[in-house]
Design a protein around this ligand. Sequence first.
Ligand code: ADP
Length: 200
Amino acid sequence: MMFVVGLTGGIGSGKTTVANLFAELGVKLVDADVVSRQVVAPGTKGLSALVEHFGRDLLNAEGQLDRAALRAHIFNDEKAWQWVNALLHPLIRSEMQKQLQAASSTYVVWVVPLLIENGLFEDCDRVLVVDAHEHQQRSRVLARDSKADADAIMARQLSRHERLKYADHIVDNSGDLDDLKAQVQLLHHLYLSEAQQKRL
Ligand code: ADP
């Protein structure tokens, strides 16, 4: 079994930045956001099931899922929303498991914004939480996208305090990128040795 490090944190905490630092060290990533798009890519079971249910107006001119059209169908329609979740969640979960087990590095980093909220921490050997002050999260999100509503998203996520209770390790992203890199280096060596232990 692959040694899986679940990487999570609130919006703007620095998950993507930390994940990319692991990738630079040769660690394979499985990203929940990427997988959730892969399972509805053209030619997938996921996309054909959506089109069969809601109709061809879900597709744009390139034959890809038009996410705004899907949102319009499920907006204010609890039954439709549940139907879509019941379709996509198992597809996303099994595709993530497939990618985790197929990863070609000594261990794999699994990036999931809602790792704890969705109970996926249970499938991890270690949970790594990226932590920053709320005011840093807010200002970094706004710097990335001036229209983003960081507060609304943060309100739907676990609080910092609750999330940290699940952490085996914490990356403190209140400093600069060099500081972040140094923490990732240390964790990388720890995870390499823990992953080798697991194989024995
Ligand atoms: P998340 O994936 O958790 O939403 P990101 O890694 O995308 O967060 O980081 C949010 C934004 O803040 C990005 O634009 C990123 O480049 C920037 N950022 C992340 N960490 C730092 C840091 N230590 N110092 C300055 N900017 C940072």
